[in-house]
Design a protein around this ligand. Structure first.
Ligand code: GLU
Length: 464
């Protein structure tokens, strides 16, 4: 993935602060970070905030927060500054205006006074005649003179637009099919296809790595770059879209699970998230599924990126997250669990850590597993057989000197053996008596995590 020839690699992400931080932003960030790291390049964060109706400042903060949570850091950005600032498009409007004026002056763009109704009529006419719609160029040839509200349209010169995509290879588009597209809206704001390439050029971006939905935008953006006489980026990489399980695009509006912060709240580990996002759309070429960021830097190549959309698979993410939880040191797991278990002290959490590792897929599940430590469950209704087995266990447990998982386990196994049944026949009613639930940490830990007198009192209550 390394590129040897100069200039120095510069990449960017350009999220729009129009809603919660999206999974797609995280995955695009990851690919940019990997590429920048391999090439000792610079990773820039630009905020694409020209959609005045949908932008909010707090959404920008959410983007920072989510990316920081995942461990990503940028070299340049609105909060950091840098040599190519400002890094918010809303603060670069003069640049877009100047560029539009230049293009108009050189007859590479023109003012269009057509009203939305007139354009709609043109579109309907094209539909009725079963031909693809392109703007009629009425305002290029015969503009009305009595109007003041206008957009600016780019005058498409026609011909082929070619570029290199690191995922898809050489791409060719026929710009004769494009029509003269709008580069400045009637509110004076630039369109995405105008502002984005201008900024990429001004910020000396060498490689544009972004979501596949922007692949069809690229030829438009290159026409703008060429018309302004700027250098093109060396290459593009259009990464697969993240799809919902039903195959539709994972969108901010329809899919709450696209919200990155949700994963932090539920207790996914950031390094597991990054690992999962790397595998979503990229195939390492081996069976291996766990990679640290450093390992990804060494392994990742664009030629192993899949071309189609990548379906989000929560089960796989859960599995990877469980693997990462199991690989944590007990003190590390304890530190990460603290916010999920505000009712427990650190020593108790650390004592529970080895048992939790055998059960947790996400940190948030710890609460339900350990709730019995701070909330007294109601006594269960046990069958006469269950009561019998719990009684046998109660006698054996009461004699125990050392209230620790290993001796508890040993003594319970003796009870199990003399019962002539499987372990569950004894463990389940004890578990119900102590926790009120059918699922808890392994039974030896379930008991050992409670003070002995509390555990024995709950057992006694269930069999009295
Ligand atoms: N603001 C665009 C987006 O969030 C940026 C796309 C690009 O990277 O050019 O999709």
């Amino acid at each position: 993935m390394a590129v040897s020839d100069s200039p120095q690699v510069r990449v960017r992400i350009a999220p729009s602060p129009t809603g919660f931080a999206h999974l797609g932003t995280a995955s695009t960030t990851l690919y940019n970070v990997l590429f920048a790291r391999v090439n000792s390049g610079t990773f820039t964060l630009r905020i694409d905030d020209t959609d005045i109706e949908r932008n909010r400042e707090e959404y920008e903060r959410l983007i920072y927060e989510a990316l920081h949570w995942l461990g990503f850091e940028w070299d340049e950005g609105p909060d950091k500054g840098g040599p190519y600032g400002p890094y918010r498009q809303s603060e670069r409007l003069d640049l877009y205006r100047e560029a539009a004026a230049k293009l108009i002056g050189e007859s590479k763009a023109y003012r269009c006074y057509c009203t939305p109704e007139e354009l709609d009529a043109e579109r309907k006419q094209a539909q009725a005649e079963h031909r693809p719609y392109v703007y009629s160029r009425r305002c290029l040839t015969n503009p009305p003179t009595d109007r003041t509200v206008f957009t600016v349209r780019f005058h498409v010169p026609g011909g082929e637009v070619k570029f290199t995509d690191m995922v898809r290879g050489e791409m060719t588009f026929d710009s004769d099919l494009f029509g003269d597209f709008i580069i400045v809206k009637s509110d004076g704001y630039p369109t995405y296809n105008f502002a984005s390439p201008l900024d990429d050029a001004a910020m000396q971006i060498t490689h544009v790595i972004r979501g596949e939905e922007h692949l069809p935008n690229t030829p438009y953006q290159l026409l703008v770059v060429d018309a302004l006489g700027y250098a093109r980026p060396q290459a593009f990489a259009h990464m697969p879209l993240i799809l919902a399980p039903d195959g539709s695009k994972l969108s901010k509006r329809k899919h709450p699970e696209a919200n990155l912060m949700l994963y932090r709240e539920q207790g996914y580990l950031p390094e597991a998230m990054v690992n999962y996002l790397a595998l979503l759309g990229w195939n390492p070429g081996t069976e291996r599924e766990t990679f640290t960021l450093d390992e990804l830097v060494a392994e990742f190549t664009f030629d192993r990126v899949q071309h189609g959309g990548a379906r989000f698979d929560r089960k796989k993410l859960d599995w990877i997250n469980g693997e990462y939880i199991r690989s944590l040191e007990d003190d590390d797991l304890t530190a990460r669990l603290k916010t999920f278990l505000p009712d427990l002290d650190e020593a108790t959490i650390e004592r529970a850590a080895p048992a939790l590792k055998t059960r947790l897929r996400v940190l948030g599940e710890a609460k339900a597993l350990l709730e019995y430590l701070w909330a007294d469950p109601p006594a269960p209704e046990l069958s006469p057989e269950d009561r019998q087995r719990v009684k046998a266990a109660a006698v054996a447990l009461s004699l125990l000197q050392e209230w620790e998982p290993v001796p508890i386990h040993d003594v319970l196994m003796q009870v199990v053996e003399s019962s002539g049944l499987g372990p569950n026949a004894t463990f389940m009613p004890i578990r119900l008596a102590v926790t009120g639930k059918k699922i808890s940490p392994p039974i030896d830990y379930t008991l050992a995590l409670l003070p002995k007198d509390v555990a024995m009192a709950r057992i006694a209550r269930a069999i009295q």
